[in-house]
Design a protein around this ligand. Structure first.
Ligand SMILES: *Cc1c(COP(=O)(O)O)cnc(C)c1O
Length: 372
């Protein structure tokens, strides 16, 4: 018998990836960083590859090596690398590396010599996000140094890429500006003799709404998990994660009963409280106090009072509810339960953050759909 669980439907992930593939002629790099956005990186990776994604995208070297240790041989790109890391391990494991500075390029060259094989690199140009990547000013120097390393045989320039600022607003002016800046970056590379096999720019939102950003490879993350990157649109995706817990106990309380720490909630009338064993240690945002929606006994209820580290309380009034009943925090919404989108709206964040939070080792992740 289970107490609380995160259920991940791998069939939903496969369907979502198939849907994304059907909408583009580019190859698909499914982004599985952040433990597969909370869905479990390795099972997710198997599912997306089953569905025809050709690439896996992660941030850290650790994530990339974990995929390799799990026996996954598909191309992997890792793009968030601080100085001084053992890049030779990435190169030896056939992990592609995202490079946005001459400093990191120099490290990759040294690491390739140590590994005894060329480093496969994707050069990143900053087209306006002002996060990773070389600015337009620094870009020619980066490309030139990379081209020289390629002619020396220490690196192989596989990709040129960038990342969008505001793709979740499909008509936003930044998208056109970034496309222009990206094409300028490609033109500079071409002039310096660099013609990458893979040009890539699109995240989920751009994959779903802007085919002019697809180039050779798209990098959807959130859409693989069935969540929409564009508020108010579903794109036919099916959310893969649901979070549920069984009521630990119920009790009758009088009207005016203060509930949970600080008594920020008081019952309006006499009724039944249900205590649900999930709290902020498990991923429930404490900010969901008096806000987060939970389905229990056929109705959606707001959390009563503060979210504690380990539990929440629901005020069920006179409804029939008993210990052992299943409370659903969110799911795909087909049974009237709240969705990760509802949670994001309730706590003023994005669906990405809601699902990614539910990675606590004390809540078992249960996989539905065919296991690879
Ligand atoms: C996380 C990430 C993505 C995926 O973004 P989604 O909005 O989840 O599709 C793509 N590219 C980069 C560089 C990222 O960091």
């Amino acid at each position: 018998m289970w107490q609380a669980q995160v259920r991940v439907d791998l069939d939903a992930i496969r369907e979502n990836v198939a849907r994304l593939r059907a909408g583009t002629s580019a190859e698909v790099m499914a982004v599985v960083k952040g433990d597969g956005y909370g869905h479990g990186m390795v099972p997710t990776a198997h599912a997306v590859l089953d569905a025809g994604a050709g690439w896996l995208g992660v941030c850290t070297l650790g994530e990339a090596l974990q995929l390799r240790r799990a026996g996954l041989t598909a191309p992997v790109l890792a793009w968030l690398l601080a100085p001084g890391l053992p890049l030779h391990e990435a190169i030896a494991a056939d992990v592609d590396i995202g490079i946005g500075s001459c400093g990191l390029l120099a490290e990759a060259v040294t690491a390739a010599q140590l590994a005894g094989r060329p480093a496969r690199l994707h050069l990143k140009v900053d087209t306006g996000l002002a996060r990773g990547g070389a600015t337009a000013e620094d870009w020619p120097d980066l490309v030139e140094a990379a081209a020289k390393a390629q002619s020396d045989g220490t690196v192989e320039l596989v990709g040129v890429w960038s990342h969008l600022v505001f793709a979740d607003a499909p008509g936003h002016a930044t998208i056109d500006r970034q496309l222009t800046a990206y094409r300028d970056g490609l033109a500079v590379a071409e002039r310096l003799g660099v013609r990458p096999r893979y040009r890539h720019l699109a995240n989920s939102a751009a994959t779903l709404t802007r085919s002019d950003t697809h180039f050779d490879l798209v990098r959807p993350g959130i859409a693989c998990y069935g969540l929409s990157p564009v508020p108010g649109e579903r794109f036919g995706l099916r959310p893969a994660m649901s979070v549920r817990a069984r009521v630990m106990l119920t009790k009758r309380v009088p009207a005016g009963q203060g509930v949970s720490y600080g008594h920020t909630y008081h019952t309006e009338r006499a009724g039944t409280l249900a205590v649900v064993p999930l709290g902020y240690a498990d991923g429930v945002p404490r900010h969901a106090s008096n806000r987060g929606p939970v389905q229990l006994a056929g109705r959606i209820r707001r959390i009563a009072g503060r979210v504690c580290m380990d539990q929440i309380v629901l005020d069920c009034g006179d409804d029939e509810v008993a210990a052992g009943d299943v409370a659903t925090l969110f799911g795909d919404g087909r049974h009237g339960e709240p969705t990760a989108d509802d949670w994001a709206a309730a706590v003023d964040t994005i669906n990405y953050e809601i699902v990614t939070r539910f990675g606590s080792p004390r809540v078992p992740r249960i996989y539905a759909g065919d296991r690879p």
